[in-house]
Design a binder for this molecule. Structure first.
Ligand code: MRU
Length: 347
């Protein structure tokens, strides 16, 4: 297990490893309400689709705890506002909506109970979602590991590791599981402009575990695929549409096109909660736009000229036909499409 906690419940509050400062500082930020949890999600203190889902679930539990002494009608009214606030904190990762749906179901099952009882059950549900996420990542890691040769060089984009989940990771979970199964895996981590999740988070996380990693600029990916043996590209996902199109960190689509050109398998590792049958295709997935300050520079250093037009879409959509396989806790789905995804979720 890594020596950090992406999120942890301590002293009746949520502590989040503040990923804005990694790898320079390893600091935890304490959240005590839905408002502070939603702000932390919005500000990327916690990021990565499954981790966002867990943090949102705890945001609900925190609000319920705050309101546990109130009458049920006031409790319900204020909880409704908390659900709405958290649902709007980030638009692309469907795990956020999925986790809130689980918590809403728990709350609906609490009719006739006191506010304090509801609060206790909502906290138990948040703990469960977080514990399940770790198990799910271990299961998908075991499935995904079978796709890799005994000695492999794997490229990844963004951070789909322990830092993006309750632990183990999805894309990095496959790599960790392969290593646990005795395989020799070397990782190429794309830096992932503009927020540098690859350079700051993936490189740091793998280094903590002693997993060999080479950090590259995103623009070096094609050259490496062309000039050296890359056995697979593995990424995570923020949302998989019903037809198998995949929304993930900006730049993923570029990697998938390059992988196809070089005949390298392109794998997407994600829990079933990332598959959204309610969104028919990738064109309908909401793509988050963040402040252009992220493009203009980094932290307090600006390199772009003043008064320049900029854009910062932070996710893109990889069409299903570029995805060699989806790796889930229920197994591997090769060449995912609508029929296969419906069967996967129905089974
Ligand atoms: O903006 P971020 O850092 O939340 O984006 C994260 C990603 O795109 C991850 O690849 C995705 O959420 C999968 S995490 C297991």
């Amino acid at each position: 297990m890594p020596a950090f906690h992406t999120l942890r419940w301590t002293d009746n509050s949520l502590e989040l490893l503040d990923q804005r400062w990694l790898p320079d500082r390893c600091e935890y930020l304490r959240c005590d309400s839905a408002v502070t949890a939603a702000q932390a999600i919005r500000d990327l203190v916690v990021r990565g689709a499954p981790a966002i889902g867990c943090a949102a679930a705890y945001g609900i539990a925190l609000e319920a705890r705050k309101l546990r002494g109130t009458a049920r009608d006031q409790f319900d009214r204020e909880m409704e506002a908390a659900f709405e606030l958290l649902a709007g904190s980030r638009p692309t990762a469907v795990n956020l909506v999925w986790a809130l749906k689980q918590l809403r179901r728990t709350l609906e099952g609490c009719s006739g109970k006191s506010s304090a009882d509801c609060a206790a059950q909502l906290l138990a549900a948040a703990h469960q979602i977080t514990a399940d996420d770790l198990q799910i990542n271990r299961a998908l890691g075991t499935h995904g590991a079978t796709l890799l040769p005994s000695s492999a060089c794997v490229m990844t984009h963004c951070n789909a590791g322990a830092l993006a989940t309750a632990g183990h990771g999805t894309a990095l979970g496959v790599i960790r599981s392969a290593i646990e199964h005795g395989k020799h895996i070397e990782v190429i981590a794309n830096e992932t402009r503009p927020f540098l999740q690859g350079a700051r988070l993936t490189a740091w996380e793998l280094q903590q575990d002693g997993i060999p990693v080479t950090l590259i600029a995103d623009s070096a990916a094609g050259h490496l695929m062309n000039t050296r043996q890359i056995d697979a590209v593995i990424v995570g996902a923020d949302r998989v549409a019903a037809n198998g199109d995949v929304a993930n960190k900006i730049g993923t689509y570029m990697m998938a096109v390059l992988a196809k050109r070089h005949d390298i398998p392109f794998y997407v590792a994600c829990p079933l909660s990332t598959i959204d049958l309610g969104t028919p295709n990738g064109g309908l997935i909401p793509i988050e736009e963040r402040t252009v300050d992220e493009v203009a520079g980094y932290r307090d250093r600006r390199w772009a000229p003043q008064n320049i037009h900029m854009a910062n879409p932070v996710f893109d959509v990889t069409p299903a036909d570029l995805v060699s396989a989806l790796i889930t806790e229920k197994g591997i789905v090769r060449s995912p499409d609508r029929t296969k995804l419906q069967a996967l979720l129905a089974g």
